[in-house]
Design a protein around this ligand. Sequence first.
Ligand code: A3P
Length: 283
Amino acid sequence: DGYLWFEGLPFPVLNYSYEVLKEACAQFVIKDEDTVLVTYPKSGTHWLVEILSLIHSNGDTKWIRSVPLWDRSPWLETNGGYKRINKREGPRLMSSHLPFHLFPKSLFTSKAKVIYIMRNPKDVLVSGYYQWNMTKLCKKSESLEQYFQWFMQGNVHYGSWFEHIRGWMSMRDRENVLLLSYEELQKNPRSTIERICQFLGKKLTPEELDSVIKNSSFQVMKQNKMSNFEMVSETFITKPFLITRKGICGDWKNHLTVAQAEAFDKVYQEKMAGFPKELFPWE
Ligand code: A3P
C-alpha cells in the first residue's frame, strides 16, 4: 500500500528495509559521548543538524559547506545508517525519527545526550503534505483533506505525531535530555542556541555564536547545497524539491479550513490530555 510496515507502523519504502530497521532497533549500541537528535518528521530536524554541525565546528562553515547534512548526522534507522555510525570514532552525531518505544534500548542506560525538537503539529501536517508529495518515498495524497485524514489516523511515516510526542515526553525530565521547539528556535534563535551549547558543554565566543546563528538561518541554509536537498538524487525526490520550503510558524493558517482546524483541536485535546499546556509553545 505504498509503505514499508514495521512493528505496526508505516515507514518509507525507499532507503529503508525491514531487516535494517529490526537490527537497528534491537542491536544498535549508543555510547555515552554520543549526541542523538530525535524528532517527528517535519519538526525542524535538518535545521537542528545544521545548528549542531556549526556548534561542533565553533561557527566555522567548512564542514557544512563540504559535507552533506546526512553524512554529518547519519540517520540511525535508514539503510546503511547505523552501520555507518558504528564505523565512527569519538563523539558521534546522529539523527532519528524513531518513536520512543522502538528506539534502541541502549539509550536508556547511557549518558548520551538527546535533543528532541517538536513543532506545532498543524505546521508539521502542512509541511509533511508538501514534502511527501515531492518525494518518491511513499504514496502521494490526492489532496490536503486526504493527507489530513491520514495524519489524524497516524497513517503517515513513523505513525502518529501524538504517539511520538507522548512517548518521548516521558524522557523530558532526564538530565541528558533537552526538549526544544521549532517555535522557540524561530522566536529566540540566540538564547535557544545558547541553551544547546550549555547542554552540550560547549563554550563559544560571541563571534562564533553569531556565525552559528547566521549560517543556520533559513536564508543561508536555503542556499547551502550540502543541506538544502539539492544534492539528493532523483531516485528519492521530485526536483526542484528543497527541504527549506517556507520556514515559518503558523503556515497551517494558510492551509487548513476552519472545520479542519476544529477537528484537529478536538483530537489534540483528547490525545494530549494530562500534559501541562505550558509544555508546548503553540495555542
Ligand atoms: P516548512 O515545510 O514548513 O517550510 P524537517 O527538517 O524535520 O524535515 O523539517 C522541515 C521543515 O523545517 C520545513 O518546514 C523547512 O522549511 C524548515 N526548515 C528547514 N531549515 C530551516 C531553517 N534554517 N530555519 C527555519 N526553518 C527551517
